[in-house]
Design a binder for this molecule. Structure first.
Ligand SMILES: [Zn+2]
Length: 536
């Protein structure tokens, strides 16, 4: 079935043709033929056709390329020594007549930060140009293998007496597999690093609970024979983000919305190391930025910063408040134990150097750092979603439409390229601001209304507790009307000032957001005053 799909896709799909032959990644595994060992191949400028693998590491992979064995692996990688998922992927690639496969654990020298920096920057191309990606969706670790026994409910044998002419046993299977549902339920969909792998390739071979599924830009073919044409839904035009991931539906027509949706899904996924937070999204960011000639700073695009800063944290979590603590990592890339003092690391973490580099999404508790304090380190300024741990959302209605109330919003210093992390970048703007009082009893804020009465804020989502003696402010940031202009919503930021305002500018950090309807807003908005804001 898969061979037929590959042939049909290569011969008939105009939308997929870019994947048939492309420039090979710097290193690939030459899978060889039966009876020969695969080996690591440094490709030069060679063109070719290659697969990629998306898989959960599930702990440190024992057989991975390091500076010690890279030369040896160029001669041969003993197939039997490899963890089952990687071994299955190599055999499958071989059986499907594809010569090369790119697998992170083997094609990046895992204990070389330089190699990591170089190769992880190419993720958009590596996944975007592959012939197809093998998604080991069901496997929660590298030792689980790609192939699994099927649950009984997925098939039953049709009695021979019913099919008298059949020459072999015939099984019936259910064909109502919901691909999105099955994908979302799979271990692979829960890991941060695998989101970009799900979105960038033109074709994916899913190994799901009930079926193997071929999915390219033009068709979806289930093992049961069910065929779905996707031609009409390919509206992505020149977009390099080739597909929706399981939990995200978006169209290329609204790229700003597309990015915010991606971040929402991404922040629902798990990363073992916060220091990987935006690196694991870098392939998508590269592809997205290339399509739009835009760049991002701390995960927010310069072309859409007004909307970008209007996220809402799902939970109040650990937040950097001006000090750092020590993190002890159980693993370093070479497998040894190491303790990093984040305080020392911080000043250097300004342009994407995230200290400890790894692609491993280590799932089990024992694989996590042996000691990690709640307030670990700040990865970005408070205006960026990268600064909080856990899921963020953009409240519905603020995705599209809506008008920014921030005047002359700009990043300072003005960026000249994309920055994964840039601490010293502030958002400057002029805005209407209301003074807030925090009550720890009600765990809410009040603002003085025109009636000289305090009014509680509505729709408050705090990502950090206010530091009580410091003044808090509400920034009126965005307004949205529904189609019939029947209702109006205001989106506000809740900030805390570091010092008293100087020269009419309030220097502050974001601690939350608030959304309120026109009636609630009317009570307090008249008392707002205009001033300059420097959001750190
Ligand atoms: Zn195709």
């Amino acid at each position: 079935m898969l061979k037929e799909c590959i042939d049909h896709c290569g011969n008939h799909h105009k939308t997929c043709v870019g994947a048939v032959t492309s420039k090979l990644p710097f290193r690939v595994i030459d899978v060889g033929v039966d009876g020969c060992e695969p080996f690591l191949f440094e490709t030069g400028e060679l063109d070719g056709s290659y697969f990629t693998l998306s898989h959960c590491w599930g702990g440190m992979i024992s057989q991975r390329t390091t500076t010690l064995n890279v030369d040896q692996y160029k001669q041969a990688i003993p197939l039997e020594s490899l963890p089952a998922t990687i071994r299955d992927a190599i055999i499958l690639t071989r059986d499907l007549g594809i010569r090369y496969i790119w697998i992170d654990a083997l094609c990046i020298v895992q204990d070389s930060p330089e190699d990591w920096e170089t190769e992880s920057a190419k993720m958009a191309t590596i996944y975007g140009e592959c012939r197809a990606m093998i998604a080991a969706s069901r496997s929660s670790s590298s030792t689980a293998g790609i192939f699994h026994d099927r649950p009984k409910k997925h098939g039953f044998r049709i009695p021979d007496r019913v099919l008298e002419t059949a020459s072999c046993p015939v099984y019936a299977t259910f064909t109502d597999l919901d691909l999105a549902e099955a994908q979302e339920a799979s271990p692979l969909a829960k890991r941060g690093w695998t989101l970009q792998e799900a979105i960038l390739p033109r074709a994916v071979i899913h190994f799901l609970d009930g079926s193997i599924v071929w999915e390219c830009l033009a068709m979806r073919v289930f093992e049961s024979g069910v065929y779905e044409s996707l031609a009409s839904s390919v509206t992505r035009g020149s977009s390099s983000l080739h597909r929706n991931s399981a939990g995200t539906e978006f169209s290329a027509a609204d790229p700003e919305y597309q990015w915010l949706m991606l971040v929402e899904e991404y922040t629902r996924r798990q990363l073992t190391y916060e220091s990987d937070k935006i690196k694991a999204l870098s392939g998508i960011a590269t592809a997205y930025g290339r399509d739009r000639s835009d760049f991002h700073v701390n995960g927010i695009w310069c072309g859409n910063q007004d909307q970008g800063i209007m996220w809402q944290a799902q939970a109040r979590g650990p937040r950097f408040v001006g000090h750092c603590t020590t993190i002890e990592y159980k693993y370093r890339p070479d497998g040894s134990t190491d303790t990093k003092n984040v305080t020392e690391m911080m000043p250097r973490v300004t342009t994407g150097q995230s200290g400890v580099r790894r692609n491993a999404d280590l799932e089990s508790e024992t694989d996590k750092p042996t000691q990690r304090t709640m307030v670990s380190m700040q990865l970005a300024p408070s205006w960026s979603w990268v600064s909080v741990d856990g899921p963020v959302v953009w409240k519905y209605g603020f995705h599209t439409g809506g008008v920014s109330l921030l005047i002359n919003a700009r990043l300072d210093p003005a960026p000249t390229k994309s920055y994964y992390f840039r601490f010293d970048c502030a958002v400057l703007f002029q805005a209407q601001v209301s003074r807030l009082e925090y009550s720890s009893d009600s765990d809410n804020f009040t603002a003085m209304g025109e009636d000289h009465q305090p009014h509680e804020l509505q729709g408050v989502a705090l990502e950090a507790l206010p530091d009580v003696p410091k003044p808090c402010y509400l920034i009126w940031a965005r307004v949205t009307q529904d189609e019939n202009r029947a209702s109006t919503d205001f989106g506000c930021l809740i900030v805390q000032s570091n010092d008293s305002p100087t020269g009419g500018v309030i220097e502050c950090r974001r601690i939350g957001a608030s959304w309120m309807d026109a009636d609630a807003a009317a009570l307090i908005r008249q008392k707002a005053t205009s001033c300059g804001i420097k959001l750190l």
